[in-house]
Ligand binder design. Structure first.
Ligand code: GLC
Ligand code: CA
Length: 535
């Protein structure tokens, strides 16, 4: 029997700490708030929490601009709070995964302050400095957050590179002293017992050595082809180095954010797993997040994703995160949107690969509509009203129907969604048919059955005509999952006899007994069936 790891079989839950729970009523979620909600997460059944950054930060990009990797931001708490979080989480068999933001630091990080102080100090090459060209930036690269990716530093007359805000200077991964400082910092957190890292924009770490201009295309929205500033193959040698640091410890993991624009790029994401053992343990593929609601599209996305992986590589799957609109809102469907979200939940938690759940997704939380004056995301501020930024999917977790949805006793940093009286943890916990209980039941079913957690997958109905069905199997266990993405009844017929039992369904009663796999699926039905014997 193959030995599976916790990060393969378990479910990982992403917390955006600012928005989870505010323990001291200053309007900002914090570490003690997370500790207070660990019982909820244990009840839900998750294996690990991925925390969006909690390190010290001036918050130009809400924590993705770190000014001290060895400290906790005071708005989230103290290092003692963090140590207690690890301890309390471990008591409940929950692991903590940190966000490793090392494509760039904050401009207020002491390394950068030193780096910019003169052209010949020992930190100069920890960042990317170039001379301008005829009074203009060194090349045509653009920042993902708008404008040139180069900022002129008056002091020394050179430009530094920032792939994001000018307050987020890019680190120079070609510098081995810099890399060793990062590895040392990783060991600091691994020694504390963190179970692994999510690597922020890992495919942007390394830039072209010659700083060649990027080619431009005729695509109207994103004309720049990021040939020289992203996805450089040289990154892989450094990830092999980084993997060795992780492997100094038992049982830790890494998952890379391989950030791509629509339509996504499964081959690129898969390339970050190396041979399956020598680079990252997992990487995100954004394809499904960029698709419309469609059984066929979902099918082709996962098919391509599995195919792209190295033979020993392991997939992970995700429907949303703090940079994307909430999945339920993306799936559209008007008054059927919750039904779609349920089908998506069964899909996410029964296809092969480690599922990542974005906080609130388990409640069917939707995007929050915000006014211009409420926007705080630098991207939203810059591009409003064409793009309102990412705040709409970062609003506070909805805990109950009290003021501020129980998130805080004061006005939160972002408004609470107005639908909190209907969508919240407290009321959904009590309702055994709620989407929250569907998530919980799915997670617990995965824990009981290896076929669902780590089994192989084979397609039975490939998304044509609005339905999707597949088998999962592991040793003697066999499951059949049928999903109807459409609002019409669908008849499906699979030539496979045997004794089957419904284990979980949005429409059928559990324990319903079947002697074949000819089913009439109700609109938006999602059903998980287990084989219990031969006929
Ligand atoms: C990643 C993060 C995003 C952040 C950016 C810069 O894409 O997920 O939130 O703004 O990197 O760090
Ligand atoms: Ca707080």
């Amino acid at each position: 029997m193959k030995d599976y790891k916790w990060w393969q079989s378990g479910v990982i839950y992403q917390i955006y700490p600012r928005s989870f729970f505010d323990s001291n009523n200053d309007g900002i979620g914090d570490i003690n708030g997370i500790i207070q909600k660990l019982d909820y997460l244990q009840w839900l059944g998750i294996e690990a929490i991925w925390l969006s950054p909690i390190n010290k930060s001036p918050m130009y990009d809400f924590g993705y601009d770190i000014s001290d990797y060895y400290d906790i931001d005071p708005s989230y708490g103290t290092m003692e709070d963090f140590d207690r979080l690890i301890e309390e989480a471990h008591k409940r068999n929950i692991k903590i995964i940190m966000d490793l933001v090392v494509n760039h630091t904050s401009h207020l990080h002491k390394w950068f302050i030193k780096s910019r102080s003169s052209p010949d100090n020992d930190k100069r090459n920890w960042y990317i400095w170039r001379k301008g060209k005829n009074g203009a930036p060194p090349n045509n690269w653009k920042s993902a957050f708008g404008g040139s990716a180069w900022e002129l530093d008056i002091e020394t007359g050179e430009y530094y590179l920032h792939s994001f805000l000018k307050e987020q200077p890019d680190l120079n991964w070609r510098n081995s002293d810099m890399r060793n400082a990062i590895y040392k910092m990783m060991r600091f957190w691994l020694d504390k017992g963190v179970a692994g890292f999510r690597l922020d924009v890992v495919n942007w770490f390394v830039k072209d050595e010659k700083f060649r201009d990027n080619p431009w295309t005729i695509r109207p929205l994103n004309p720049e082809r990021h040939k020289y500033d992203r996805n450089r193959p040289e990154v892989h040698q450094y990830l092999k180095e980084l993997r060795k640091v992780i492997d100094e410890y038992d049982n830790r993991m890494t998952v890379g954010e391989v950030f791509t624009l629509p339509p996504g790029d499964p081959e690129l994401s898969a390339s970050f797993l190396g041979n399956g053992h020598d680079e990252l343990h997992m990487a995100f593929d954004f394809s499904i997040m960029y698709r419309l609601w469609s059984a066929r599209q979902f099918y082709t996305c996962i098919k391509k994703w599995y195919k792209a992986l190295p033979p020993e590589g392991w997939p992970c799957n995700v429907l949303s995160n703090h940079d994307q609109p909430r999945s339920r809102t993306r799936f559209l469907g008007g008054s059927d949107s919750e039904k779609r979200a349920r089908v998506a939940a069964v899909f996410l938690l029964t296809i092969k690969g480690t599922p990542f759940i974005y906080y609130g997704e388990e409640l069917g939380m939707t995007n929050t509509r915000l006014r211009r004056s409420e926007i705080v995301d630098p991207l939203g501020k810059r591009y409003w009203p064409v793009y309102s930024g990412r705040d709409c999917s970062r609003t506070p977790m909805l805990w109950n129907s009290k003021e501020n949805a129980g998130f805080s006793e004061t006005r939160p940093w972002l408004p609470v969604d107005s639908n909190y009286k209907k969508i919240n943890v407290k009321s959904q916990m009590k309702d055994r048919y709620s989407i929250l209980n569907l998530y919980r039941n799915l997670i617990h079913l995965r824990k009981k059955h290896k076929a669902l957690a780590v089994g192989e997958i084979s397609a039975a109905i490939k998304g044509f005509n609005g339905s999707l069905a597949y088998f999962r199997f592991y040793e003697d266990e066999k499951f059949f999952i049928a999903l109807n993405f459409s609002k019409k009844e669908k008849k499906i017929h699979i030539n496979e006899r045997g004794q089957w039992r419904v284990m979980l369904s949005t429409h059928r009663s559990n324990r319903e007994h079947l002697t074949n796999l000819s089913l009439t699926l109700a609109p938006y039905e999602a059903t998980v069936i287990m084989k219990i014997g031969e006929l």
